[in-house]
Design a protein around this ligand. Sequence first.
Ligand code: ATP
Length: 352
Amino acid sequence: MSIEVKNLHKTFGNFTALNNVSLDFPSGELVALLGPSGCGKTTLLRIIAGLENPDTGSVHFHGEDATNVHVRERNVGFVFQHYALFRHMTVFDNVAFGLTVRPKETRPSNEFIKKRVHELLELVQLDWLADRYPHQLSGGQRQRIALARALAVEPKVLLLDEPFGALDAKVRKDLRRWLRRLHDELHITSIFVTHDQEEAMEVADKIVVLNKGNIEQIGSPDDIYNNPASPFVYDFIGQVNLFHSRVDDGWAHIGEYKLPAPEHNNVKGQAAVAYVRPHDIELSSTNSEGAIPARVAHVSTAGSVLRIELLHQLNNDVLHVELPRAQERSLNLTVGAELYAKPTASKIFLQP
Ligand code: ATP
């Protein structure tokens, strides 16, 4: 089912949580709402769910105005950060809950419920835990059970609010991949709130970046990463180096140094902030035009990547560089060693 929100505005006292937000969530997509704490992600999700009313604006489910439809009639499934499982019920009863509380006329038979719950537990690969109680499960298992419970009533829409937020990094990573696979199987329109850009990049078909109640950018993970629409997005998605420069003659001048300006830029003869990603910078032991002298301050490794912090001579600020680990031997990376850092011209992003 597709969802559309139009001109949503929501204030709490004199604080604007959502500022005239309009968005389409196409049927069957997994969309991440991404932004820093307090940007309005949860408020948007709660309005779509029907748990919160907008001041103005509307919510449409499959083209029909659902703004005044009660939460129970919206046919949405929820999973929240803090496991909302009933402590006194077994896993089986938790998953069955949405079906057993239906009014007599629409309540399925016990046999149907049993079959459905086991199907769902198989889907989340936890059928063997049916008789356990929530306190006998790990955090990750609880969230998978919470998802099975949300799916029991065959929701048309799945809303997930930081569902893995309370789990440790390794479990989080596993569950993200697991959620992506599950979504590929079920294709339920899903909206996923997160403040973790890596999580959004890995899980979502599409990312909506929110900042202070406004949409900064909507796009695929690749789009958002490679073509950030604003300095905020550039800074928020992945690490970035920034330099205050003046653009002229194809160069972004920074004091006595200069970086090559990308060919297609609209900035001419004016001040601009130049943004460069750590993996778009080359290091060399020899100087060349467009390179910045810098000294190695710290080196660490993350998997096959070398993370190097250098102090550059432009303003003695830290420059973050990432290189494949294979280059470790060809450079002198001892602390204090002098190197030349050269950003790739086409990868520099200029913002007037
Ligand atoms: P987080 O990642 O921290 O959960 P968020 O992006 O989900 O943040 P929201 O929960 O949507 O942010 O809140 C947006 C803003 O609205 C916040 O500044 C919050 O303090 C405020 N807010 C949310 N709900 C209420 C409320 N019921 N009363 C007053 N202010 C609220």
